[in-house]
Design a protein around this ligand. Structure first.
Ligand code: CUA
Length: 348
């Protein structure tokens, strides 16, 4: 529970319903995506209902109109109608392709994270959601976000498959052990919204719930400042980097036995045996837990695996640290206080 704040709408506050979704079946629309998800959903429901009713009605009418009237009556042989066949093929074709194109657009809007989105780490485990903000603030089974700003969740699981689901935002994504999944949203109205795990994950799956608290940006900042000061993920990652002795090989200079990491994030590296890979969260994670999978060209396969030695949260922190090792290039999501382009200090 965050510290109570006068401006924060309490959980008991009457939900403000969107005009278009007064149906109690539907959660309110509280993100920039909710409207377009609902629009295509209602459209598909309407089309389905229309044709369902049309066909059911015609079945009833026809079965009355063309019913057998005497025992020896034989039906007339019908040899079809090209015009009718074309009509009921072409019209549904365009309706279905329209749904496909529209759905594809909404899908891409939902999955393409806008540049400059604020990053928040989420780790699912049986049976809770652990969250860490870029400033270091942590929370469990709650997620505080500012409104009006794209938020990107980088999500991993410590055990089994979970699914992060915020109905009021119309977003849901699986949280998968062994890899990262992301989702994004832009909250549009302050309030407290349900958070569910939407993938059966064991005995207390149904208790793996919480709330998402969307706040005015100033309130969010105040909430962040009100938490006890914690290391930023990048700072925690830097400490791990030293304590796990990563720094011995990734010393940041040309003589290092491992690749220098400063400025590497988001760029391509050449791999041994040809090919290239963009250094992203997924590649960094793989390189920590399975270093031999994609070796950077010119470096021997010396690195041991850290599988089992670092938790999912620590992996995220290590990655946040590597991300923070930026060159002079403008870094959108630089965590405050994160080390800036500092080559790892020599330590022998
Ligand atoms: Cu976690 Cu269901």
């Amino acid at each position: 529970m965050g510290p109570p704040r006068a401006t924060e709408p309490g959980p008991g506050a009457e939900p403000r319903l969107e005009m278009s979704t007064n149906l109690p079946l539907f959660p309110q629309q509280a993100s920039s995506q909710a409207g377009q998800v609902d629009a295509i959903y209602f459209f598909m429901v309407a089309v389905t209902a229309f044709f369902g009713l049309l066909i059911a009605t015609l079945i009833v009418i026809f079965s009355v109109k063309y019913r057998r009237r005497s025992d020896d009556e034989v039906g007339v042989a019908i040899h079809g109608s090209l015009a009718l066949e074309l009509l009921w093929t072409i019209i549904p074709f365009f309706i279905a392709m329209g749904m496909f194109a529209w759905g594809a657009k909404v899908f891409f809007d939902l999955y393409r994270v806008p540049a400059g989105a604020m990053e928040i780490f989420v780790v699912g485990k049986q049976w809770m959601w652990k969250v860490q903000h870029a400033s270091g603030q942590r929370e469990i089974n709650e997620l505080h976000v500012p409104i009006g700003r794209p938020v990107k969740l980088i999500m991993g699981s410590e055990d089994v498959l979970h699914s992060y689901y915020i109905p009021a935002f119309r977003v849901k994504a699986d949280v998968i052990p062994g890899r990262y999944n992301t989702m994004w949203f832009k909250a549009t109205r302050p309030g407290t919204y349900h958070l569910f795990c939407a993938e059966y994950c064991g005995t207390k799956h149904s208790g793996m719930i919480g709330s998402v608290i969307a706040m005015e940006p100033a309130d969010y900042q105040a909430w962040l400042d009100g938490g006890k000061s914690e290391d930023t993920p990048a700072a925690a990652g830097e400490r791990l980097f030293t304590s796990l002795a990563c720094i011995t090989c990734h010393s940041g200079d040309a003589s290092g036995r491992g690749p220098a990491l400063a400025g590497i994030y988001g760029h391509e590296v050449e791999l041994q045996g040809g090919g290239k890979v963009v250094v992203d969260d997924a590649y960094l994670r793989e390189s920590i837990v399975n270093p031999q999978a994609k070796l950077v060209n010119g470096f021997p396969p010396l690195m041991p695996t850290f599988q089992g030695m670092v938790s999912e949260e620590q992996l995220l922190q290590l990655i946040a640290y590597v991300k923070s090792l930026k060159g002079p290039a403008p870094g959108g999501a630089q965590p405050p206080g994160g080390p800036q382009s500092a080559p790892a200090p020599e330590k022998k």
